[in-house]
Design a protein around this ligand. Structure first.
Ligand code: E4P
Length: 214
């Protein structure tokens, strides 16, 4: 499972890219707002740092406008993946844009049938928002697992991108459920590497090493 950062903050992207584990980035209109920076130049800058898929979301709601916006976003950089909402209009735009060779991330997926429709419309990946499912007291990971199984049984090439990840356990479970990609905020990325026993073990090694040198 590849690891993506869910942010539009360039400093955060540079930080995780420096770890050597960052495969891509996802953004959405809320994350662009949070970054406080203009949309398209930010996407361009992210693509220069990451050299992997960078999702940029359209904000039109009508498919003809989505297509125009998607084409414009795709021209920013070869790494851009156009993000479309999973609506009837989004499906129509997905079919057209994917047939032109533009990679599509169908977002705001909350059911396996939405994922199936997105795959049939030619999506490169689908984004089930598992944390938001957990938020309403359902089991978000069941959704990820069901979509991954459905795509495997049906031999669909569309990738499952586990989104709306809230904590490290989501990352492990998404990988075990068969997600191809997980996107998470910086805070979760940082928690992935931390373990108190690593800190305690390292401290002891350093103390003992200091004695060897004496
Ligand atoms: C993914 O592409 C979305 O931007 C994101 O994961 C949504 O996460 P949230 O539910 O924490 O806003």
């Amino acid at each position: 499972m590849e690891l993506y950062l869910d942010t539009a903050v360039i400093e955060e992207i540079k930080e995780i890219a420096s770890w050597g584990v960052l495969a891509g980035v996802t953004t959405n209109p809320s994350l662009i707002l949070k970054s406080g920076r203009p949309f398209e130049p930010t996407i361009k800058e992210i693509c220069e740092v990451v050299k992997g898929p960078v999702s940029a979301e359209v904000t039109s709601l009508v498919y003809t406008d989505m297509i125009a916006e998607g084409r414009r976003l795709a021209k920013i950089d070869d790494h851009v993946v156009v993000k479309l909402p999973t609506t009837v209009e989004g499906l129509k735009a997905c079919k057209v844009l994917s047939s032109e060779g533009i990679r599509i991330n169908m977002t705001l997926i909350f059911s396996a049938n939405q994922a199936l429709l997105a795959a049939r419309a030619g999506a490169w990946c689908v984004s089930p928002f598992l944390g938001r499912v957990d938020d309403i007291s359902w089991e978000g990971m069941d959704l990820v697992r069901e979509i991954a199984e459905l795509f495997a049984v049906q031999k669909l090439n569309t990738k499952v991108l586990a989104a709306s990840i809230r904590h490290p356990r989501h990352v492990t479970d998404a990988a075990l459920a068969g997600a191809h990609i997980a996107t998470m905020p910086l805070s979760v990325f940082k928690m992935l590497v931390q373990h108190p026993l690593t800190d305690i073990g390292l401290k002891k090694f350093m103390e003992d090493w200091a004695k060897v040198n004496q």
